[in-house]
Design a binder for this molecule. Structure first.
Ligand code: SAH
Ligand code: SF4
Ligand code: F3S
Length: 470
């Protein structure tokens, strides 16, 4: 799971309906929150809300928040300060303006949010947002509602089915949450506390949602979970299915051209999932497999429950099965007790793996996690210095990977209009943005292109057909 990966952009603006109320949803954090924001929009549609991209015209503003690092959580309170002023201005005009806080800060801080920001009307956790309409109705009666229980009912069963078109035209790529929560308890991480323990959605629910998405034009689905490869559920005839079985089944859906999944834990990468990378053409050759650190001592202190050598061996097996797979990862520098030597081990690990892309962060102490009780915290300047060195290396690897694509002919899924007229932005099998001359009417098609150059964050390509006879 990564909170910096861009989300699919809807191909068209939301459909407006006269007299409907408008909700503006601001999403912080990871792809799971991006997915939840879409589903909150679905839940609110039944209350007559349409989504807007303009906060200024909203009757309801929802902040779907992230608690992963201190800075992420602080952003919420500064946004709430601005919203309080908007609410006052609206009250003077006699217009309703409701403020809701959802997501992981809501789950972690609950009532505290209303104490610090009394203008908030609703605080709702990631497991209860299907109850949003009810919470808003209660809040209109004048008292703030805080609902952060781990609901006993299955929220997915209570949400309206994903709309085929309607309120929001979906893009050609979509997220689909199949698993939530985490039982791993890495000592730095808040997720097991904000998202609860591991829960897998049932097979049929996932297949139905994937079919509905495909029927509305989606060509690529990314299965999501805080520990997506820990997904397990009963398959047909009660067989015990893991993520690989689900992928084999999804690959049979007509029109669904591409599959991805994120985020995986190295401990849950089983043989069958590796085989799926070998067998399934629609399973894209890109894998986000965070390791966090290269030193065994730090991996142990982080409770990652694998060594550096085990991780490298795993990558070797994955690459043997799918030689063109691009690896991605997450790293934390400055975990308590990390020495210069430990950090050098992380750099060495990065050199050995050679990542196509990766995310790296300074360790942020999170209240309530075991890491917060460790006494040998690393000084801020050292963290900053290490992060700079690590990021320089990762950026170089990313640029080298992009350069290695020049001259290759690849399949490109055309996703959205480019910045220049006559240009369309597509996505490569390795998740890179690629600019190519094409018609916007081709969005949703997969075309053959040849990579001809690289830019700072994207690649340039020409249609491969134009090479015929050239
Ligand atoms: N389930 C995912 C993690 C989601 S959090 C996984 O295991 O990969 C995304 C990333 O945020 C983590 O991989 C980690 O690199 C980073 N992160 C989590 N807690 C952090 C903390 N306290 N300080 C800094 N980075 C953190
Ligand atoms: Fe957090 Fe570790 Fe669980 Fe990932 S596996 S969500 S890093 S506790
Ligand atoms: Fe995601 Fe942030 Fe919650 S990374 S799971 S939104 S703490």
């Amino acid at each position: 799971m990564n909170e910096h990966v861009s989300c699919p952009t809807p191909a068209e603006a939301p459909v407006d309906r006269p007299n409907s109320k408008k909700v503006f949803i601001k999403t912080y954090g990871c792809q799971m929150n991006v997915y939840d924001s879409v589903r909150m929009g679905d839940a609110l549609a039944s209350e007559g809300y349409v989504t807007t991209e303009e906060m200024g015209e909203a009757d309801l503003v929802l902040l779907n928040t992230c608690h992963i690092r201190e800075k992420a959580a602080e952003k919420v309170y500064s946004a709430l300060g601005r919203l309080r002023d908007m609410k006052k201005a609206r009250a003077a005009e006699g217009r309703e303006f409701l403020i809701g806080v959802a997501g992981c800060v809501a789950q972690a801080e609950g009532e505290e949010i209303v104490r610090r920001a009394p203008s908030v009307d609703v605080v709702i956790g990631p497991q209860t947002y299907h109850r949003l309409p009810e919470a808003l109705r209660k809040a209109r009666a004048g008292k703030a509602v805080v609902d952060t229980e781990y609901a006993v009912e299955d929220k997915f069963a209570h949400l309206p089915a994903t709309e085929k078109a309607g309120i929001r035209a979906r893009g050609v790529t979509a997220f689909l949450t199949v698993q939530e929560g985490c039982d791993k308890f890495c000592t730095f991480c808040v997720v097991p506390y904000t998202r609860g323990s591991e829960v897998s959605r049932p097979v049929q629910q996932i297949l139905d949602e994937a079919k509905r998405l495909t029927e509305s034009g989606v060509r690529e689905i990314t299965l999501l979970g805080q520990n997506v490869n820990a997904w397990r559920a009963a398959g047909p005839n009660g067989a015990d299915w893991g993520l690989a079985d689900l992928l084999y089944r999804l690959a049979e859906i007509p029109g669904l051209a591409r599959l991805r999944y994120t985020t995986s834990h190295p401990r849950d990468m089983d043989d069958r999932l590796i085989e799926a990378h070998r067998d399934l053409r629609s399973l894209m050759p890109y894998l986000h497999l965070p390791v966090q650190a290269g030193s065994d001592r730090i991996l142990k202190a982080m409770n990652r429950r694998h060594t550096g050598a085990e991780y490298l061996r795993l990558i070797e097996r994955i690459r043997n099965a799918r030689p063109d797979i691009a690896m991605s990862g997450d790293f934390i520098v400055g975990f308590p007790g990390e020495t210069d030597q430990d950090f050098e081990d992380t750099l060495k690990m990065v050199e050995e793996v050679n990542y196509a892309s990766a995310f790296s962060f300074k360790y942020s102490t999170r209240p309530g996690t075991p890491g917060a009780d460790l006494t040998d915290q690393v000084a801020e300047e050292i963290k900053a210095e290490r992060l700079e060195r690590l990021q320089a290396l990762l950026l170089k690897q990313q640029a080298d990977f992009a350069k290695s694509c020049i001259g290759k002919t690849i399949d490109l899924l055309l996703e959205k209009p480019g910045r220049m007229p006559g240009q369309v932005i597509g996505r490569s099998p390795w998740l890179q943005s690629v600019n190519v001359d094409a018609k916007t009417s081709q969005i949703g098609e997969i075309i053959r292109v040849r990579i001809i150059g690289t830019g700072p964050n994207s690649l340039f390509a020409e249609p491969a057909e134009s090479l015929i006879g050239a």
